[in-house]
Design a protein around this ligand. Sequence first.
Ligand code: PLP
Length: 372
Amino acid sequence: MSAQVIDHRGPDFADVGKTALDGMKTIFKTEAGRVFIYPASGTGAWEAALVNTLAEGDRVLMYETGHFATLWKKMADRLGVRAEFIEGDWRGGADADAIEAYLRKDTAHEIKAVCVVHNETSTGSVSPIADIRAAIDAAGHPALLMVDSISGLASVDFRFDEWGVDVCVSGSQKGLMLPPGISFNCVSDKAMEVSRKGGMRRSYWDWHDMTGPNATGYFPYTPATNALYGLNEAIAMLHEEGLDNVFARHARHARATRAAVRAWGLEVLCRQQGQESGVLTAVLMPEGHSADAFRAQVLRSFDISLGNGLSKVADKVFRIGHLGDFNDAMLMGTLSGIEMALAKSRIPHSAGGTAAAMAVLEEDIPAAIAAE
Ligand code: PLP
């Protein structure tokens, strides 16, 4: 990424741009979808998804999985879209049956899109996107399916074509292992068609400004060239390991983390079995203890940065990240730091979480590690 910036209108750039756009299709698992890359954080790509497909006054259905679902809804509200929320308790993914029931009531098909967060980073829960597509189809509803996989993509399984997703929003700074700064829309033919005739007034975010450049690898404005160098390397690394192996690595680390949490006598925030995230694990602090004071202690003592609880769960949870370029020793270092800090901070808990995690890792040794 620190290589020389090249002329983004010069002959060599096309290869960088095309490699990134084509490479991202393999990460989204799409043949038919079109990929757009914005020099923006994930929030910008959220906005792009909404303004290209929805008009002011349109109804959309969203599901309250946590903080990020709430922020996406706030954005829709600000844009004048009538966003309706199925309320959730922040302890699991979106409920496909509730979505189906809601859509069945919309016999006039006023709801234009269903928007869900795939991996809810604030809670560590994963929504069943294939089931949500099946729910939309079962209701015979034409709404677009829009998915925020900002923290899910390249960390937990995601299949754009197979799951019938219309717009997927993602970002550089999670499973793609890059610094923040670029974000993505992956768009189905159906969503492209909707945007051709509709959406809101827009300029910078317009997908159609980028369809021509997409074919050639050039962008309509100055691209984030160095981030694209990094992206191409990240895509190569992910395929070198194999996407399914990456997902399995994260899921295994998540299992070991949950074993540690249970052995400490603490509670994992996600309580829907099968929806626990491979990306991160959010842990509830015992009543009367501040998660933020605990996080500060872990940072001071061990230079380990745990994620904070956001909005509704502020100061109530801390989050252990286990995504990206992460291995067994990194996980064990993290869990050991937490266990030592639990004792140091006099948080009621049982010892033995670290050992429980190690037992899970030893039971379930991937072939690549066993061969070493
Ligand atoms: N959605 C999810 C699930 C996220 O995790 C984040 C950021 O962490 C966002 C949206 C917002 O993305 P950004 O902070 O890159 O604008």
